[in-house]
Write a protein that binds this ligand. Sequence first.
Ligand SMILES: [Zn+2]
Length: 163
Amino acid sequence: MVSLNQIYKYTPAKIKKVTLKTVKSIRKVRATYNTDEYGVHQEALFKVVATTIPRNVVVKLYGDPKLKNIYQRPVWVHCSCEWFTFFCEYPLTKRRSSKIINSNGQANREKNPRQWPYACKHIIAVMSKLPKIKFKLAKMKAPSDEEVEFMLNEIDKYIPGAS
Ligand SMILES: [Zn+2]
């Protein structure tokens, strides 16, 4: 996995300039602790509005949550925009820092021949917001009465007299 520092470093200067000029609003949708195949992480979802429709940005921070500089932590990112789809999804997925969701899963040899792990303006825009985000522990849903009855029946089946 790459870090946000690395992604920022590889992002073309042109994109960083466009970020400042065009991104109008960033709204945090959700920020929670989560676990997936890469382990425990803090996951933040954003709606980012620039020049066209709102884009969905996901950032997952892995590694030590106590690390002061979050930009050094291994990261997973995704954005629903076309630019990310065509130029970023494949190179980042290759480094386990994203997933093939919208692209055809093939390298863009013409526009990003070296497959640098860079990001779109929407992801660049949310970077500055990340240090202030408070991540919540995801709430566990209490089981329904039916689920409780099912579990008690199961216990009875396998451990007679347990309930
Ligand atoms: Zn984007």
